[in-house]
Design a protein around this ligand. Sequence first.
Ligand code: NAP
Length: 314
Amino acid sequence: MKTIAYKEFGDTGVLQTQDEPKPAIQPDQILVKVRAVSINPLDWKIRKGEMKLMSGAKFPRHTGTDFAGIIEDAGPAVANFKKGDEVFGMVKNNMKDGALREYVAVSPTSVWKKPADITFNQAASIPTVGAAAVTALQKMGGVNSNSHILIHGAGGGFGMFLLQLLKRMGANTTAVTGTNAIGFAKRWGAHAVVDYKNENVLSQRTTYDVIVDLSGKLGYKNAKQIMKPRALFLNPVPKPLDILTTPVVNLFRGKKHLALLTAPSQENIDLLLNAIADGLEIEVSKVFPFAQAKEAYKYAEEGGYIGKVVIEVN
Ligand SMILES: NC(=O)c1ccc[n+]([C@@H]2O[C@H](COP(=O)([O-])OP(=O)(O)OC[C@H]3O[C@@H](n4cnc5c(N)ncnc54)[C@H](OP(=O)(O)O)[C@@H]3O)[C@@H](O)[C@H]2O)c1
């Protein structure tokens, strides 16, 4: 079967198409014929060697976390899935494994049935950013129409889910996006949009109850200037030191800094599936064929896309 693998850390040039045997499944695993894989920034952070502490440095390595496809085989201990089911899911340990291949062997605990009315490309776009958006909501606690929330970097996958979930809760959201994402941010529920290419959100005189820094470019120190006295700063790309120190430092300050780390649960995915059934939109703005996986990563890494970028496998 075809896979995309790499034998050293680096830019997209290290990605190679490779032939490998179809994976064998354990009795409690399923084999999925992959139809689509969505790109997440974490894929290239791992590939560039930025996560070495967690990923280790063993080669060859595969890439891609989130996938959708059709079950080809299910082990005898698997009760809830059967051959032919359309599913979406994620590889359990994206620091060691990757989904960008023709077949992937996975545990049924990280796979869910695909709603019939969304495409494989849309389904492959759900797990990492969808579950992260639900986790962000949970960290915010009670959100209502009095909650003023800033989503900094709202035009990508995470922002797409988060804005729409917040809209359903009636929150008052401001999105910071590039110029091309303004229309989408409004459509996804933003009450106001700040175009980061032309305006500086820090120089506007608005303060927020919650700031979610999806761009990784704002930072807590800057954000403090526009946080209300007891506001929350959610950081989905925390440094290891932040994870260790912020819980203690938060005890002594009003403006809290929280690391946001996601582990998708059945509960999170159920909430997303209900929202999707209720009209939450999944925008896949660019699709590449498997043969152009390198170009797909190059495109995604340059930024400027809306929602998700997907690689079709078959
Ligand atoms: N901790 C977790 O569990 C978890 C889970 C999922 C994702 N994440 C992280 O969360 C972040 C967001 O995820 P994503 O998938 O939505 O990434 P993404 O698709 O790359 O979205 C990031 C957005 O930030 C915007 N941006 C870039 N520079 C900016 C600036 N200076 N000011 C304002 N916005 C700016 C980008 O717009 P342009 O492209 O137009 O520049 C882009 O739309 C990533 O760092 C990802 O790794 C963490």
